[in-house]
Design a protein around this ligand. Structure first.
Ligand SMILES: O=C[C@H](O)[C@H](O)[C@H](O)COP(=O)(O)O
Length: 289
């Protein structure tokens, strides 16, 4: 394990030993920290574990969200104290770019660095095959581009993100759509899942500082959430998760003209570092054929 260059960070939250696990071999328990950790502390534990995989000279995919934030801050800290050198980060969102810049991580983009050594990012859901739902923060398109260009993509989550089936949390499975004709695109998405019990969908609206306005099927005015790519998000909801062949469903969604990308990340993650509620950390590796 790499020595912490700021003792205060890791002393505040004792990091339990990392356990390697996979789908065939269940994790072995180890001694958890004495005090129960908050959800944010669990996110930090997972993020710091992942940053131990970062080496000087790497091109890094920089994730988006409250879990990835801990990884960005930690990478910045290790750069500042000289434990890491010469890394360059490819941000997966405008938010990640700003957070990484504030942390002192040098930035580049996929055009100059089309191959990424290691991406570290959070997820909204992780299933037993390491398929993910991402994009509840709206950054799925750039995330999928950067993480899809990565030699290794490590997902960092607390245990609340683990599901037995994608969509199983009952929360949104996002689809990024172009604003032009979004009502038609939404109808086509609805038709695709017609008949699936408990299915619902809706345009994501902006909770604060809305930058656009549009009208729904009934002519009511809405203030849509606008992505970094100036697109909208249609959120899909499945009462009991997504049943069926995920790759086929992915293809069908992507075949709808007007859909840009969806938030199912199938087969992209190499491993997941999971901070469990009992304070133990488990690493799931992708099965290699
Ligand atoms: O668009 C957002 C990203 O996909 C995030 O990585 C995902 O929503 C997880 O975010 P958090 O770590 O805040 O739960």
């Amino acid at each position: 394990m790499r020595a912490a260059c700021s003792p205060t960070l890791d002393m505040a939250i004792p990091l339990p030993r990392l356990l390697h696990s996979d789908r065939l071999r269940p994790a072995v328990a180890t001694t958890p920290p004495a005090a129960a950790l908050s959800q944010d502390e669990l996110k930090r534990v997972a993020a710091h574990r992942a940053v131990e995989l970062v080496e000087s000279g790497m091109v890094l995919g920089l994730g988006t969200g409250s879990t990835a934030a801990h990884a960005l801050d930690r990478i910045g800290e290790l750069l500042r104290c000289g434990v890491l050198r010469d890394v360059v980060g490819i941000p997966t969102s405008e938010w990640a770019a700003a957070r990484a810049a504030a942390a002192g991580i040098p930035l580049a983009d996929l055009n100059t660095h089309p191959v990424v050594d290691l991406s570290i990012d959070g997820a909204d859901e992780v299933d037993p095959a390491l398929n993910l739902v991402k994009g509840r923060g709206g950054s799925l398109l750039r995330e999928k581009m950067v993480e899809g260009a990565s030699r290794r993509f490590v997902v960092i989550v607390d245990e609340s993100k683990i599901v037995s089936r994608l969509g199983g949390s009952g929360l949104a499975v996002p689809v990024e759509v172009i604003p032009f004709g979004w009502v038609l695109t939404l109808r086509r998405l609805r038709s695709l899942f017609d008949g699936m019990p408990g299915f619902n969908l809706k345009l994501r609206t902006a909770s604060t500082d809305a930058k656009a306005s549009t009208f729904d099927e009934n002519g009511a005015e809405l203030e849509p959430f606008v992505t970094d790519n100036k697109n909208y998000i249609v959120d899909l909801f499945f009462e009991d998760g997504i049943h069926g062949d995920l790759n086929l469903i992915s293809d069908e969604i992507l075949r709808i003209t007007g859909v840009v990308e969806h938030g199912m990340f199938l087969g992209l993650a190499s491993s997941a570092i999971i901070a469990r509620n009992d304070g133990m950390v488990v690493m799931m590796e992708k099965e290699t054929k």
